[in-house]
Design a protein around this ligand. Sequence first.
Ligand code: PRX
Length: 677
Amino acid sequence: MARVSNNMSTETKSAAPKNITSYLQEHRVFKPSKEFSAQAHVKSFAHYKKLWNESVKHPERFWGRTAKQELVWFKPFGKVLQWREPFAKWFVGGKLNVSANCLDRWLGTPTANKAALIWEGEPATDGKPGEERVLTYRQLHREVCRFANVLKRNGIRKGDRVIIYLPMVPEAAIAMLACTRIGAVHSVIFGGFSAQSVADRIQDSGAKMVITADGGYRRGAVVPLKKNVDDALLIKDANGHSLTKTIEKVVVLRRCGNEVHIAEGRDVWWHRELEYVDANCPAEKMDSEANLFILYTSGSTGKPKGILHTTAGYLLGAKLTSKYVFDLRDDDVYWCTADVGWVTGHSYIVYGPLANGATALMYEGAPNWPEPDRFWRIIEKYGVTILYTAPTAIRAFMKWGDQWPKKHNLASLRLLGTVGEPINPEAWMWYHRVIGGGRCPIVDTWWQTETGSIMITPLPGATPTKPGTATLPFFGIHPEVVDDQGNAVPKGSGGKLVVRQPWPSMLRGLWGDPQRYKEVYWSEVKGSYFTGDGCRQDEDGYFWIVGRIDDVLNVAGHRIGTSEVESALVSHPSVAEAAVVGRPDELKGQALVCFVTLKTGQHATPELKVELRNHVGKEIGPVAKPDDVRFAEMLPKTRSGKIMRRLLKQIASGVEIKGDTTTLEDFSVLAKLASDE
Ligand code: PRX
């Protein structure tokens, strides 16, 4: 077996791409088995190549044909693509509805009585098993129609923005689909975000409604979601103006039964509202380019970016990739373990699987609650055939030990997937061997909130895989690795990953900020979409992602902007200045290390470290809590006052300081920082 060294290094934006080096050497190749290929949608590598070549040579022909085949239209589209860089319009003039494509189209077919969602609740603290619920397509359709009428009853109209801040319960999918049914634009906020984050997103989106729950279960505790919303609605800016004045209604789902405050006239209970409505709600005829949802994600500077997706193109991307990448068959039980608060949950729990008439499983709780065999227990119980999860989870499973999966019969699994960050070959091999029993292909899928759907991925019946690479582009996608001038670099060299031509599920912009959209994605490399990732192509043309090249960290699969954490830190009264960098972490991929200088008179104590961690948790959410807070008298700066993050990264990783330090203003700072543990 080949020796594998996994030493990935990325550099800051200004230094990229010449310093992006990937030392990953991986020679193992896994071909799809004959049995798998025989029943797959795409049965051979040659067939994939043929289809891909055609799709990028004649993208409009390819996308026009698939959009007609895959989606149900109220009114056919005319032009396939109108491209005025960087603004795309796909399937111009067409009319359709996302919830009708996910639900109504299956009524009157055998799929109507098939399970659309299988939901498993978190086990109770007293050891009782979690609740289970199954919603057939017919039942889900009914619930979505009823809740869509609740939205209308509470003043929501086409184009209005609705915040969804719910735990992982079927009502999260119901609320999303209900919005799409009436043409409202949803913005789902991950349940782990804080009141401040909720307020910021309400303010930016100008939402009229929040849909939340009294609480959500997490490892036996109740997360007070409604209380967080109440707090968010009280937050004011520096001038004393409310951040959330656009909110008119809050719909509250009863989940945990914990006590909540109900503001008369503003807050209504989900179950009470259902008493007033029927299940008759025709789907709105929406324009192909009607706004579908906004999802906030971290950028390298400033506040979170509201990634905007629109109707037809997004749905086509989610549907087509679900079908081919997960090779969906009618009898599959498909499980994506992401939270609906992230794009993976949008595309691969809700829209992609349902548009294909698949059965999707949804689990409310954590993988190690009450014991680390939770996932394997669920797979055995429901006969899950496809599992899609994150490398950070796989590394945690490895750490917890083989005994947990070994307790369960995982023979139903036929395909495995990963997403969110590069998977290290060791984790890939473990996943393959211990979870997949050596028989399941692994699809390592590279994509982003911005791309809407999977971009680089193996097709499981066609593409030979190698541990650690997302392999080759999906149909209609044309990625390339380029240098600073935008020229393709030779195979084997590192560079920036770009996408050369528009694709239907691409973001249409940043909510309310077209200028930032242009700057972030379309100005770095002329004429191409810039992903922010560093990459290398091997001799077979396989893409090896080496991580972000901007100041965005990938912590346990969550994108976190260092500048957001920095501004949370300096909002603490003791902090003068803060710089946040990443250091490699075995479990989480990257860990957050914060260098903090204090205001005069403040003391660097262990208690303050804890307080600052909690403060960031409160400001942004537990996902952004720093792993390490280090106090410093000064931060290393250039003569022009720029913090030298490159040096801080090296200090945080405990490596010897290399590279140019001649611009450093005060050399003594480095020695002091390195000695502070
Ligand atoms: O750096 C890449 C990494 O995650 C980033 C996108 O994060 P987000 O928008 O939160 O979406 C995550 C789920 C799609 C990318 O820019 N990333 C995602 N998938 C992979 C990956 N890095 C390597 N391999 C992957 N399969």
